[in-house]
Design a protein around this ligand. Structure first.
Ligand code: ATP
Ligand code: MG
Length: 314
């Protein structure tokens, strides 16, 4: 099971949207997806319609250190309220299970409990490392709150892949850069305990076709150039599209609402995040996806080599 934690130190940059939509796309591929809402504001918990609401959720999972069926809710895909043609949607039998957030507010019982636990950093990792959990799901995606805290720390510690969305505006970019550096510093200290912090994959979210948006995107890329390996800015950026809001209202993945632009961006995003999926599409995809940057470069290089050898041969 691959665990992706979505982190950012700024609110409203698209963490929950990215987590829900990656989960929806992966389920459409046929994967078994586990979503964990580790935010004290339970937006991911409310994103999808549930066919089964478990009596417990995040608090029980973290406190007991075990992910048991009484903590696992089931997402209804497609929901019975969704009226579009659904024949190609979720056709491969994938599904999303959800650990709902029940830790409302920073003074919740879970937060207070964690503050007294010396092993709070590894509580999510312990629950997920159970062989039964590892065998039951292909991917786990953890959504976190936009601030440093015990739950964010535990989500970072549990991750194989760290995803950090950023919006291309001045305030977001500044806060993002400082926040990411702080997050890296904070977690690199755990190297002494034997934990490796995965590289942070940064995705620029809500880009617009404006000079300002392009300038800020460029600035973010330049800022992290020298930190390559520890912070990678993905080539794919996710455009600001109304389908993301519509999808949240309809409680479905956004690529169902917009099977061209959103679907293209989400595929390209997923391929960079999980390169083993590169070149694969879900059945509902209608876009005109061009080759991903590395693939395009490789093709260009191989065709120039071919031309060279043809020229040499001639
Ligand atoms: N690419 C996008 N295009 C258009 N709207 C978007 C996009 N990504 C996110 N949004 C919208 O931006 C708002 C904030 O997104 P979201 O809730 O995912 O952010 P967040 O980082 O999880 O926020 P919080 O820190 O409060 O948890 C939502 O209304 C969402 O629909
Ligand atoms: Mg959120």
């Amino acid at each position: 099971m691959l665990t992706v934690s979505v982190v950012a130190t700024k609110g409203g940059v698209g963490k929950t949207t990215d987590a829900a939509n990656l989960a929806g796309l992966l389920a459409d591929f046929g994967y078994r997806v586990l979503l964990i809402d580790a935010d004290i504001q339970p937006s991911l918990t409310r994103y999808f319609k549930l066919s089964f609401r478990a009596p417990h959720g995040l608090s029980k999972m973290v406190m007991s250190g075990a992910l048991t069926p009484e903590c696992i809710s089931h997402v209804e895909l497609p929901p019975d309220t969704f009226t579009a043609a659904t024949a190609e949607m979720n056709a491969n039998g994938g599904y999303i299970h959800l650990v709902c957030s029940d830790a409302k507010g920073s003074d919740s019982a879970l937060q207070i409990w964690m503050s007294n636990q010396l092993d709070r950093l590894v509580r999510i990792r312990i629950a997920l490392n159970n062989p039964a959990v590892q065998e039951s799901y292909d991917v786990c995606i953890i959504d976190t709150q936009g601030a440093v805290g015990y739950l964010q720390d535990a989500a970072v510690n549990a991750a194989d892949v760290l995803l950090a969305p950023v919006a291309p505006d001045v305030l977001s970019a500044r806060e993002f850069i400082d926040g990411i550096l702080m997050l890296i510093g904070r977690h690199e200290a755990t190297a002494n305990l034997g934990y490796k912090v995965p590289a942070i994959q940064c995705v620029i979210n809500k880009t617009e076709n404006t000079v300002d948006s392009r300038t800020m995107s460029q600035l973010i890329r330049e800022q992290f150039l020298e930190m390559r390996g520890r912070v990678n800015v993905l080539e794919t950026s996710i455009p600001h599209l109304v389908a993301f809001k519509k999808a949240a209202t309809a409680q479905v993945p956004a690529h169902w609402i917009d099977p061209t632009k959103v679907s293209d961006a989400m595929h390209s995003f997923l391929w960079e995040l999980i390169p083993s999926l590169r070149g694969q599409f879900v059945p509902s995809h209608r876009g005109q996806l061009t080759a991903a940057p590395q693939a395009a470069q490789a093709t260009a290089e191989s065709s120039s080599t071919e031309q060279k050898s043809v020229a040499q041969g001639g």
